[in-house]
Design a binder for this molecule. Structure first.
Ligand code: TTP
Ligand code: MG
Length: 362
């Protein structure tokens, strides 16, 4: 049986919410991020709309450079609460389209619709309906990629942005991937690109022309993974939560080391929400919360705190995480990575404490 996997990614997400809420901005370049202070500002661009991208602006770019390239743009501070609300609405809609749903960031998710759909026409119809639903109920656009593996679905969702649907059937996979730059492969960034280019590999087609042993010889474990991805052998499932674990953790590396406290908190909030979505569904409770933080230069710390009993309450976790984060407020270094771990897990314990919110979500 064919697997049908969708990857959904909102278009210029933070900027799209701002456009929706301020129609007078439509058609103008909008940049969300640090204050540009007329070109003297520190910090980076979170994202920008497609109008601003015409000037070469993109996420993680220094805000001062963005201002230089596009001084007439509309520069806005992020309003994370609004983005979280929009994201939650979108994810509820996406989740309702299949039992197998995996949110992977504030604006992306995978869906497995193999049980719902019998062929790619049905997958396309479902994707159209999903897009329409999000557009009408939330007022923003999403791009969707459909394939038989997660990684090719992800490459596909990025292919026809914004507001696109790209379907890659198994017999078209090679033609679809052949001329794409290797950085389209999830996990190959600017650094790996240089390394691959040095060995004469520029397009995905160049990889498709190599055997697996050759890829392993050239690039080791990473080469093996990449070869499997482009040849359609990524067997990862769309998974909500794997049971039988001692702890559940997620971490995130910043695109650029940062000391933007708001950005750090928002990422932690994002990670916390993501973890809880799974925990609530799986009825998993925990007692210990840990914060992992890595500063520039790879200096890494973890700090933990335990509750007196098992709970499942994302607000309490966030409160503890911020408390633990505050212990590092005097560090004058930028942050590279942050993560949350919940441990001392228990499934549906006898004594539990849930908030009204987590109760409702469950
Ligand atoms: P992305 O999906 O990477 O970007 P995007 O949705 O803005 O644009 P695209 O149409 O290309 O998908 O990230 C989702 C949101 O996460 C983005 O709107 C803002 C935030 N973000 C940051 O704050 N910093 C970053 O470096 C990146 C990449 C994203
Ligand atoms: Mg996006």
């Amino acid at each position: 049986m064919n697997r049908f996997i969708l990857h959904c990614d909102l278009d210029c997400f933070f900027a799209a919410v701002e456009e929706r809420d301020n129609p007078e901005y439509i058609g103008k370049p909008i940049i969300i991020g640090a204050d540009p202070k007329e070109g003297k500002g520190r910090g980076v661009v979170s994202t920008c709309n497609y109008e601003a991208r015409k000037f070469g602006l993109h996420s993680a770019m220094p805000i001062s450079l963005a201002y230089k390239r596009c001084p007439h743009g509309i520069y806005l501070h992020p309003n994370f609460e609004n983005y979280q609300t929009a994201s939650k609405k979108v994810m509820e809609i996406v989740n309702s389209y299949s039992d197998k749903f995996q949110q992977v960031s504030i604006d992306e998710a995978y869906l497995d619709v193999s049980e719902k759909c019998n062929n790619f026409e049905e997958v396309n119809a479902l994707a159209e309906k999903l897009k329409y639903d999000i557009q009408t109920k939330v007022g923003i656009t999403i791009s969707i990629g459909c394939a038989t593996t997660k990684s090719i679905a992800k490459i596909a969702s990025d292919y026809n942005k914004p507001n696109g649907i790209t379907i890659v059937e198994p017999n078209q996979t090679k033609a679809f991937l052949n001329n794409l730059d290797i950085t389209r492969i999830p996990g190959i960034g600017k650094k790996s690109k240089v390394y691959y280019n040095k060995k004469g590999i520029k397009t995905i087609g160049d990889i498709l022309n190599l055997t697996l042993p050759k890829m392993v010889q050239l690039f080791g474990k990473n080469g093996e993974w990449v070869w499997n991805v482009v040849n359609g052998f990524d067997t990862r499932e769309v998974e909500e939560f794997q049971g039988d674990r001692k702890s559940i953790s997620k971490e995130r590396t910043f695109y650029e080391d940062t000391d933007d406290f708001q950005l750090i908190i928002s990422k932690l909030e994002e990670i916390n929400n993501r973890i809880h979505k799974n925990l609530i569904k799986s009825k998993i409770y925990y007692k210990t919360v840990s914060l992992k933080i890595r500063f520039e230069g790879f200096i890494t710390y973890t700090r933990s705190k335990s509750f007196t009993h098992h709970i499942q309450d994302k607000n309490q976790v966030l409160k503890v995480i911020i408390e633990l984060l505050n212990q590092f407020s005097s560090m004058e270094k930028k942050v590279r990575l942050i993560g949350i771990r919940l441990s001392n897990l228990e499934k549906a314990p006898s004594v539990t404490q849930t908030t009204l919110l987590s109760y409702l979500e469950a």
